[in-house]
Design a protein around this ligand. Sequence first.
Ligand code: HEC
Length: 108
Amino acid sequence: MMRRAALLACVAMPLAVAAQDKPKDKEMPVTELIDLVGCTLCHQVDNRILGPSFKEVAVKYRNDKEALPRVAERIQKGSKGIWGEVAMPPNNVKPEEAKRIAEWVLAR
Ligand code: HEC
């Protein structure tokens, strides 16, 4: 399992970096934004791949009213130790984009 995760990280990270150069549109739907930024290389809505599924993230924080800013910050700056052994690297999103995505994730 760890070997598979490490391999996935090697594949996913350069792809995520390559995706950073494309222009982002302010009004872009969140589903397109997360494709463009590379989130979907490691996350799906329904299934756990390298990272947790967005549904399980929503369930975990369902009763936590303070979750939104924390989740948004982790989306931007990266996260480790919450879901398992694999860390999430920082992502190329602005604070307002991270907040918009976090709202969307928590509503899954
Ligand atoms: C290289 C793989 C990878 C990429 C790219 C990635 N993630 Fe993650 N993500 C992870 C992993 C692994 C975790 C679990 C980290 C932990 O255990 O703390 C995680 C955790 C999360 C969480 C849960 C944070 C929490 O507060 O519990 C959210 C939400 C999330 N990612 C959203 C995103 C979004 C949105 C993007 C794109 C902007 C993104 N991720 C890009 C791998 C990735």
